[in-house]
Design a binder for this molecule. Structure first.
Ligand code: AQP
Length: 349
């Protein structure tokens, strides 16, 4: 079986976007690949965070993986920082990665804007292009170097295990392409050590958030956590989710194809509810509140069994830590072998 690697950051509660864009695919691919699933805590510390919350977030991410259906008897689950070879290989990969390519990464530019203070003092110096603004903000000391080299660590995560398949959401495709470039440059310089890898996309690789505009994201706060309680889920969907702005009054007809709530129906609802929502919206036969309520009910059908499983794991934290420790021990063995081969190829041993 080919090997598969993927990970999520413990930057907050995992959400419907993480599930639909990646985690659901991970579960489905467990029988087709030898799977390694990581909680990428070293990536998560590249943005501001509270150290007091990190351990709990890591634990909750592991519980979410398990509750969603990752089976520790089939797949390895571990915490990135428990296998220190990730950062060692990232350093080696840094030496074959052009700085300019890292500065052009979309996620770097977005996070730079998101986690700098807006860069008012340097805005005047940049002529407005996203590339230049990201460059100015970075040079002005607004972001740390880890955010810039984030995709190199991601390349190392994948290649430490010589993984060929990487199930991710659409936003990560550019980083997988960079991984392929890093591999090409490394292999050209030091010999054929690492394989080619490809991104595997789900059928909904970019789920929009409650605002109906941006990608659902933990750090933006437009997300619906997988661990949400039913009443809060209904409140968020019916009160916070942005729907078709044309429907100002109950009897205004809408355009379902341009409504984010209808996009959610297409993902979370059975066919009959999708037809009900589309027809009702176009004819103004139903109001947005009714349409959203049905959507929340269908999301709840997905989340209810996960909630039950999550409770079981939360009550037995030692079982979860055992799974993570066992996963790390197995991954460490693979990582040590890859590093030995890599150091040798580079003339370091
Ligand atoms: N909205 C989304 N739609 C589809 N896929 C998504 N993913 C994330 N959001 C969506 C996919 O989930 C995986 C794990 O993501 P991550 O935690 O490593 O980082 P991220 O992509 O940056 O996710 P967030 O929620 O936006 O985290 P923050 O806000 O902390 O940066 C990836 O495969 C990703 O594509």
């Amino acid at each position: 079986m080919k090997r598969l690697f993927s990970g999520m950051q413990p930057t907050g509660a995992l959400h419907l976007g993480n599930y639909i864009g990646a985690l659901k695919n991970w579960v489905a691919l467990q029988d087709k690949y030898e799977c390694i699933f990581c909680i990428v805590d070293m990536h998560a510390i590249t943005i501001p965070y509270d150290p007091k919350l990190m351990r709990e977030r890591i634990f909750n991410a592991a519980v979410d993986y398990l509750a969603a259906g990752i089976d520790p008897l089939k797949s390895r689950i571990f915490i990135q920082s428990h296998v220190p070879q990730h950062t060692e290989l990232a350093w080696l990969f840094n030496t074959v990665t052009p700085l300019g390519q890292l500065m052009r990464m979309t996620q770097f530019k977005q996070k730079t804007a998101q986690f700098s203070d807006g860069g008012e003092d340097v805005k005047a110096d940049a002529d407005g292009s996203a590339d230049e603004r990201a460059g100015f903000l970075a040079l002005a000391g607004k972001v740390n170097a880890g955010l810039l080299t984030y995709p190199v660590l991601q390349a190392a995560d994948i290649m430490l295990y010589k993984a060929e398949a990487v199930p991710v959401g659409e936003d990560q495709v550019q980083h997988i392409e960079l991984t392929r470039d890093v591999v090409r440059r490394f292999n050209n310089a030091y010999g054929e050590i690492f394989p080619n890898c490809e991104a595997l996309l789900s059928n909904a690789p970019r789920l929009k958030g409650l605002d109906g505009v941006a990608k659902m994201s933990k750090s933006i706060g437009n997300h619906i956590p997988l661990s949400i309680e039913p009443a809060e889920l209904e409140r968020k969907v019916t009160r916070e989710a942005v729907s078709d702005p044309r429907r100002v009054r109950r009897d205004d007809p809408g355009v379902p194809e341009e409504c984010n709530v209808f996009d959610w129906h297409r993902i979370f609802s059975p066919d009959e509810d999708q037809i009900w929502a589309a027809q009702g919206c176009r004819s103004a036969g139903i109001g947005c509140f009714q349409c959203k309520k049905k959507c929340a009910e269908n999301i709840e059908k997905l989340l209810a069994p996960m909630r039950e499983k999550r409770e079981r794991f939360t009550k037995n934290p030692d079982d979860v830590w055992d799974i993570l420790n066992m996963g790390a021990a197995e991954c460490l063995r693979i990582a040590q072998a890859t590093m030995e081969e890599t150091r040798r190829a580079m003339g370091l041993i």
